[in-house]
Design a protein around this ligand. Structure first.
Ligand code: ATP
Length: 323
């Protein structure tokens, strides 16, 4: 391996810059040339790339977003688009590709790698934490901290006015951000896509809290939950619980931004170095992750296919602590 390309794709996540920095510096450390590809797969298709040096990645460690820019490339979903991408890949004499992104980006990488026998390695970068093959994805810790900080602030006003707040957090079809920020933020309940909690169960929990003179009432709603969005759930609760002043806050994209936490920077740094070392060792079509604090390489197809489960124990803990 003499020359590699690195790109960020799909939704951006805090810590992606730290991962790019690690890929660039580890490559140079091992005597490999590294090209930064701009706007995800679109950059590969349109040949928007340039060589990165040690100093090209100065002062990006603490910045959210991705300086390589990201994109959802429709063209890469087509055979013709990927053919163009391969033409540029060959013309630039790249030997391998590092893709930082989520499951969609890895699906694209997997298909590209099978079509053209190109070595690829994926680094999980998404706030949703919904990828198997790693305990944590880059950006998840920062997103949880951002959500939890907002919950802390809302709780202040919730307790001052005896209000019931429904706070909607991101996570797509997974409840990882919801569970973590609910435990960290001391929510009375949480509704996540993985569990079939009913409105009646939620009302029962809220009534119990009221009977126990609970000082503040914050309910976390994961964006993908089956009961609807935070407004829907709030409206259904309002039909049955009239003694609460009910408010809704949707945190939205503020969860995607901000300076990455130390946890995310360290994770991104470890995974970036491990990606380069994996390529040197002949790894391909794998996603690099951390399981039980050890670097692990999981076949990309398996990482995409497997549904990562929420830890049931976290539910148990949240329930015990919300009385
Ligand atoms: P996030 O988890 O933040 O949404 P993601 O990587 O899952 O990130 P997607 O929009 O699903 O984001 O995918 C990113 C890009 O990967 C797509 O825009 C497309 O270019 C490529 N991609 C996704 N699926 C495929 C596919 N089946 N074939 C080829 N390319 C794909």
């Amino acid at each position: 391996i003499k020359k590699i390309g690195v790109l960020t794709s799909g939704g951006d996540a805090p810590g992606m810059n730290a991962a790019v920095r690690a890929v660039v510096r580890a490559s140079i450390y091992y005597g490999i040339e590294v090209y930064g590809i701009y706007r995800g797969y679109d950059g590969l298709i349109n040949d928007k790339m340039e060589e990165l040096h040690v100093r090209s990645v100065s002062n990006i460690l603490s910045r959210g977003g991705t300086f390589l820019l990201s994109a959802r490339s429709e063209a890469f979903r087509t055979k013709e688009g990927r053919a163009k991408a391969y033409e540029n890949f060959k013309a630039r004499e790249l030997d391998a590709l590092v893709v930082i992104g989520g499951d969609g980006s890895f699906t694209g990488a997997d298909i590209f790698s099978q079509e053209y026998d190109v070595p690829v390695i994926g680094i999980p970068g998404t706030i949703d934490n919904d990828l198997a093959g790693t305990d944590y994805t880059i950006g998840f810790d920062t997103a949880c901290n951002t959500a939890r900080e907002a919950i802390d602030k809302i709780r202040d006003t919730a307790s001052s006015h005896d209000r019931l707040f429904f706070i909607e957090v991101m996570g797509r079809d997974a409840g990882f951000i919801a569970v973590n920020s609910a435990i960290g933020g001391g929510a009375v309940a949480m509704i996540v896509p993985e569990h079939n909690w009913s409105i009646d169960q939620l009302i029962k929990r809220l009534r119990k809290g009221a009977a126990n003179q609970k000082a503040s009432n914050v309910v976390i709603i994961a964006e993908g939950c089956k009961l609807g969005n935070a407004y829907d759930v709030a409206a259904k609760v309002k039909e049955q619980l009239d003694y609460f002043d009910i408010r809704v806050t949707v945190l939205g994209h503020l969860q995607r931004g901000g300076s990455p936490t130390t946890m995310d920077r360290v994770l991104a740094s470890r995974l970036g170095v491990a990606a380069v070392e994996g390529l040197r060792d002949g790894q391909s079509k794998v996603m690099v992750g951390v399981i039980n604090n050890r670097i692990t390489y999981t076949p990309i197809g398996e990482a995409i296919k497997t549904v990562k489960r929420l830890d049931d124990d976290e539910f148990r803990i949240a329930k015990i602590l919300s009385i």
